[in-house]
Design a protein around this ligand. Structure first.
Ligand SMILES: Cc1ncc(COP(=O)(O)O)c(C=O)c1O
Length: 463
């Protein structure tokens, strides 16, 4: 495979966060060479659709600097008033009663799992189409992640398949609003209520998404967010938990602060460490950047939505391109990625890897592993077997239980989705209408030239 055009997930993120034009633009001096025609794919030497980079992310502004410098000069860098203020603002923005800031989204989920006392022998229902950080917290609690297949159109956990996986060990559902789409929270909450289960929303990819005009992250018992660099609201690294139950949020607070007393989590004499815990507090300088980033957040979300709607209208017309859909109750999509299925049979067999390489050469960086590490569904990730081999799991779960788990651990719809997904990072949706046209034109150009790309293009690395 032509190395310049092979886009791994790591390279894609590097380009996404640095705003590097390296992947967005083909090598200099190549534009207009070869057969010299814009109708010849750039990967075969034609003129690329574009050479200009897409908008940078994260979006650094003078305001960030103005906000962070006084914090740095103050000498108060550990959690204090700035973090508290950021929590108040994020809670207000999302319409939640309480917010707890954390060091990242992974630790937000770990904290939520722990605060709900999920542990050995428990089963937590979740989706296989997610990032590994949705699953690690379940395994770290010595519980079993039970994977329920996805809905083909929306890519979210399929609520129709949840009840079949509930048994007397099931304690919670952990829906993940993946790539910025929104899960069917009405059905998930109804199932949870019927079976007495807790709901932890993983909203790490879905800031500002709405279900019937209510923000995601406020629809279950606890909602977890990530403010990692690539996310649509970021402070580099950071996370948050939203909740309405004061006592539960006190447990979250105490857990994230070494188990020190907090509110209803009391210790004899008011001191000591009544909870077994860890420490995952947000720092003051992170919170200051988070707040300035919040100022631009609403406008950025609006722009992404407008561009995504336009993109969907145009690219749906290209054979073999099927954008992800939303449930009718979704009043706002969040867009961490803009995702679509690539149907290679409609491109006469042009592999997805070649399609992505050809897009990169046209100046359009795309990724196949949306929210899923290296395109591997989570039910097939090595960390599960690693946990099962551990002394702890061997003691908690019988050999028969783990064998039955492996047998039931199949999600064919997700397997298909992982094979077919292609998408663009949210920063690209911050571009202009013209940028969106470039994306559509590049895809259309590849479709038109699919035969040339199959016969003359470089060999793909895989699929
Ligand atoms: C779905 C999902 N869950 C959890 C996380 C973990 O967030 P963080 O990277 O802030 O730890 C992420 C972020 O990468 C994510 O995409």
């Amino acid at each position: 495979m032509d190395k310049d055009n092979a886009v791994t997930r790591r390279q894609f993120f590097a380009a996404a966060s640095a705003g590097a034009a390296a992947l967005a633009a083909p090598p200099r001096g190549r534009a207009g060479t070869g057969p010299g025609s814009a109708s010849v794919p750039a990967i075969l030497g034609g003129r690329p659709v574009r050479t200009a980079p897409f908008p940078r992310w994260p979006n650094f502004r003078d305001k960030d600097e103005q906000a962070v410098m006084p914090v740095l000069r103050s000498g108060v860098w550990s959690r204090a008033k700035t973090v508290e203020e950021a929590e108040r603002r994020f809670a207000r923005l999302m319409g939640a009663r309480y917010c707890l800031a954390t060091s990242n989204g992974t630790n937000a989920i770990i904290t939520a799992v722990r605060a709900l006392d999920i542990g050995a022998g428990d089963e937590v229902i979740t989706t296989p189409y997610t990032f590994v950080a949705s699953v690690h917290p379940i395994l770290l609690a010595n519980a079993l992640p039970v994977f329920v297949d996805v809905d083909a159109a929306t890519w979210q956990i399929d609520p129709a398949k949840i009840e079949a996986r509930i048994n007397r060990n099931t304690v919670a559902i952990l829906p993940v609003h993946i790539v910025g789409g929104i899960c069917d929270m009405d059905r998930i909450n109804a199932i949870a209520k019927k079976h007495g289960l807790k709901v932890i929303e993983d909203a790490c990819e879905a800031h500002n998404g709405e279900w019937k005009n209510r923000k995601v992250g406020t629809l279950g018992d606890l909602g977890c967010f990530s403010f990692q660099t690539g996310k649509s609201l970021t402070c580099g690294e950071g996370g948050a938990i939203l909740g309405d139950d004061g006592k539960l949020m006190d447990r979250c607070y105490s857990f994230h602060n070494l188990g020190r007393p907090h509110g209803s989590v009391a210790a004899p004499g008011g001191e000591g460490h009544p909870l077994l815990a860890t420490k995952c507090r947000m720092a003051e300088y992170q919170a200051s950047i988070l707040m300035t980033q919040m100022e631009a957040f609403e406008d950025e979300c609006r722009r992404r939505s407008e561009n995504a709607a336009y993109l969907t209208e145009r690219i749906s017309q290209i054979p073999g391109i099927i954008p992800r859909k939303d449930y009718p109750e979704v009043t706002r999509t969040a867009f961490y990625y803009y995702g679509f299925r690539y149907k290679k049979d409609r491109f006469d067999g042009l592999s997805r890897a070649k399609f992505i390489a050809a897009l990169a050469a046209e100046g359009i960086p795309a990724s196949s592993g949306l929210g899923v590490i290296e395109g591997k569904p989570m039910n097939k990730e090595g960390c599960i077997e690693d946990a099962f081999r551990s002394k702890t799991y061997q003691r908690i779960y019988s050999r028969e239980k783990l064998a039955a788990y492996r047998e039931e651990n199949e999600c064919p719809e997700c397997d298909r989705l992982v094979e077919e997904t292609v998408g663009f990072h949210q920063r690209m949706l911050l571009g202009t209408r013209r940028d969106m046209d470039d994306i559509c034109d590049a895809i259309a150009k590849i479709h038109e030239n699919r035969h040339k790309l199959i016969s003359e293009g470089p060999a793909p690395a895989r699929n």
